[in-house]
Design a binder for this molecule. Sequence first.
Ligand SMILES: [Zn+2]
Length: 414
Amino acid sequence: MDNVVDRLIRYAKVHSESDHYGRPENPSTLCQFDMAKLLVEEMKGLGIADARYDEHCYAYGTIPATPGYENLPAVGLVAHMDTTPDMTGKDVKPQVIKYEGGDVVLNKELNIVMEAATFPELKKFVGQEIVFTDGTTLLGADDKAGVAIIMQAVEELLAEGTPHGKICLGFTPDEEIGRGVANFDVEGFGADFAFTLDGGEITDYEYETFNAAGAVVNVKGQSVHPGFAKDIMKNAILIAMEYASLLPPMETPGQTEGYEGFYHLQEFNGGVENVRMVYIIRDHSMERFTERKAMMQKAADTINRRYGEGTVVAEVKDQYYNMYEILKDHMDIVDLAEAAMKAAGIENPTHSPIRGGTDGCMLTYKGLLCPNLPAASHSPHGRFEYAPVESLKTGVKTVKNILSPELLKTVKVK
Ligand SMILES: [Zn+2]
């Protein structure tokens, strides 16, 4: 029998970085197929007959229900195979260190030290074994810890002969560049509901995401020689700054947390004639989200009254929505997650609002209800990413509990 740590290390060593500027469709990078192939091989090894991957690099596998348990809902388990392009995921050399407190020397030769002062969260894991990097790459526990937890839970369940309902496994490419579910085959997947395993701390699960929109604001100026500009010149740069100043100045990512939404000016490009600003707009509340989008237009109207119709054009496009809007009518799935975590020994599972989206929120809007479970990746997307061994094992227990007929029969989705 495998174990979850060996699995994480094995998967982490496979280079499967996604790329914003790679292929225009899934997968953005061909190296992600290496993960898909490996997982299909391993699923086949576990006896999952229909294990497969498609041309878009989605890997699927179905485990039919134990005879007599066909009435249980079919549970989907989803994790992403790619790692973020923000930090290299090539030649990952994971190491397991027993953490005794204080700073951690990740790499003596290169003098790469993880300082306890910068990562106070480490304190929670004193006395535990932790999977770290060698300081030169990310670990990729985001989300290979999720992959490892799912695969391990399934292997143990099958080996132990525990009865279960239908289980659907799905491993996706390109989550880190926002294209994780673009070609996800919800119908073929065959689950009644699902969970992504793509969270952090093993005690925290998630079912609320932002509502999200993007806005492109174009400002048209009028250039003329500054020497002859009186009453003629309209400087698009100054007008754009005026536009930006009409939005609530304290409602930016740098000044908000928890359930507080924001306007985020992401790009500002141009000159006297034209300026293009790119914003993202985020809010957990649908009502406030709608107000924020209206505010973008209101600001444009104000500027246009000052400088003439058509000076500012704001184009706002929705990106994704808070999955809670849908999940709130299916809270027995969320309760199932919490009960499974408790049964895995987590006394007080917590849930926090995600200040972003998940593959699960987009799947939820595609018709597959999908809250997010923790996967034990800490400080992801960088060289200091780590995954505590105990947490990984708790993750495996949580997934096995979710699949247990006892807890599952409390869910009424089917
Ligand atoms: Zn992730």
